[in-house]
Design a protein around this ligand. Structure first.
Ligand SMILES: [Zn+2]
Length: 77
């Protein structure tokens, strides 16, 4: 597991009963290079993962142990 990972950010979903509106982070995790990842984590901006997907950096400690990386990030392009 890389030190920095991110999740793809989907457009905000409309609020529904029992579920607040707001952006949802779904899909596989992506690996983020250390330098841009650290900057993005500080600024809370999105950053491009190794595979090119725009993601928001999430703390590794918040990631389940069995969470998988996307194939491109895991095995390289
Ligand atoms: Zn990826």
């Amino acid at each position: 597991m890389p030190n920095l990972v991110g999740r793809e950010v989907r457009p905000p979903a409309p609020p529904a009963p029992g579920r607040p509106g707001g952006e949802t982070m779904t899909g596989p995790l992506h690996a983020v290079a250390a330098e841009p990842g650290a900057a993005a984590r500080e600024s809370h901006e999105q950053v491009q993962a190794l595979c090119g997907t725009w993601v928001r950096v999430v703390p590794v400690e918040d990631v389940p142990d069995d969470a998988g990386l996307c194939r491109a990030c895991q095995y390289g392009p």
